[in-house]
Design a protein around this ligand. Structure first.
Ligand SMILES: [Zn+2]
Length: 222
C-alpha cells in the first residue's frame, strides 16, 4: 500500500496543482466523448493508452470486457451503457480487449475456472465467442488461439451491445459509432477491426480509428 499512499500524495501535491483549472471545471460536470468498455486486467489503462484526461472517456471495466445482452444480467453494466448513451450522449463506444487475457483463457479452458464459480457464470455471456472459435478455428492452437479468441470476443460483445435499446436507437439515427479494438500488451499497439478486410490492423497516424458499419460483421476466419 505504500506505493499507493505515495502516489496519492504526489497526485494531490503536484498533479492537482498543475491542472487546477481542469479539475475545477470537471467539478461542474462531465462531458465525455466516448464510452470505453474494457477488461479489468491491471495491465490495460484506457487513459494511458489513449493519452486522455479525466473527463474525456467514460470507462466500464469487467472481467473479459463482456457486455451481456440487454436483459440478460441485472448487473450495473446495462445501467452504465444507458447512462453514457442516453444521458451523457457519448458519440463513440469502444469495446477493447487485450492480448493474454486471463478471462479468455478461462473461456477456452473451463476446467481452469472450475473453482471460480462467479467467473464461470460471468463467462457464459461469452458463449458466442467460445462457439465461434471452436467451430471456425479448430486448427489454431496455443497463444494464437487465445489471441483469436480475444478478437472474436470483442466482435461478439459488440453484437450484444447492439441489443441495448439506447444503443440501437442512436445507431439507427446515425448518432453513435462503435469501434472494435484489441490492445497488444507487449508492444503497446492498438489494433482495430476493419470490416472491409475482416481483420484486425494497427491503428496509427496512417490509419486513424474507423467505426464499424451498423450491420453485423464478423472476423474472416483464416
Ligand atoms: Zn482480460
Amino acid at each position: 500500500m505504500q506505493k499507493l499512499a505515495t502516489g496519492l500524495h504526489k497526485f494531490h501535491s503536484e498533479v492537482c496543482v498543475a491542472h487546477q483549472d481542469l479539475f475545477k471545471s470537471l467539478a461542474r460536470g462531465q462531458r465525455p466523448e466516448a464510452l470505453f468498455i474494457t477488461c479489468a486486467d491491471s495491465r490495460i489503462n484506457p487513459n494511458l493508452i489513449t493519452q486522455t484526461q479525466p473527463g474525456d472517456i467514460f470507462i466500464v471495466r469487467n472481467v473479459g470486457n463482456i457486455v451481456p445482452p440487454y436483459g440478460a444480467s441485472n448487473g450495473s453494466e446495462a445501467a452504465a451503457i444507458e447512462f453514457a448513451v442516453a444521458h451523457l450522449e457519448v458519440k463513440h463506444i469502444i469495446v477493447c480487449g487485450h492480448t493474454h487475457c486471463g478471462a479468455m483463457r478461462g473461456l477456452l479452458d473451463p476446467a481452469g475456472v472450475e473453482e471460480l464459480p462467479a467467473v464461470k457464470g460471468w463467462l457464459q455471456h461469452a458463449e458466442l465467442t467460445r462457439r465461434l472459435v471452436q467451430e471456425n478455428y479448430p486448427h489454431i492452437e496455443g497463444e494464437d488461439r487465445l489471441t483469436i479468441t480475444v478478437e472474436e470476443n470483442v466482435l461478439a460483445q459488440i453484437e450484444n451491445l447492439r441489443t441495448h435499446p439506447t444503443v440501437r436507437a442512436r445507431l439507427a439515427r446515425g448518432e453513435l459509432c462503435i469501434y472494435a479494438w484489441v490492445f497488444k500488451i507487449e508492444t503497446g499497439q492498438v489494433f482495430q477491426f476493419e470490416a472491409t478486410s475482416g481483420q484486425f490492423t494497427p491503428i496509427g497516424e496512417q490509419a486513424p480509428p474507423s467505426a464499424l458499419p451498423e450491420t453485423t460483421v464478423f472476423r474472416r476466419a483464416s
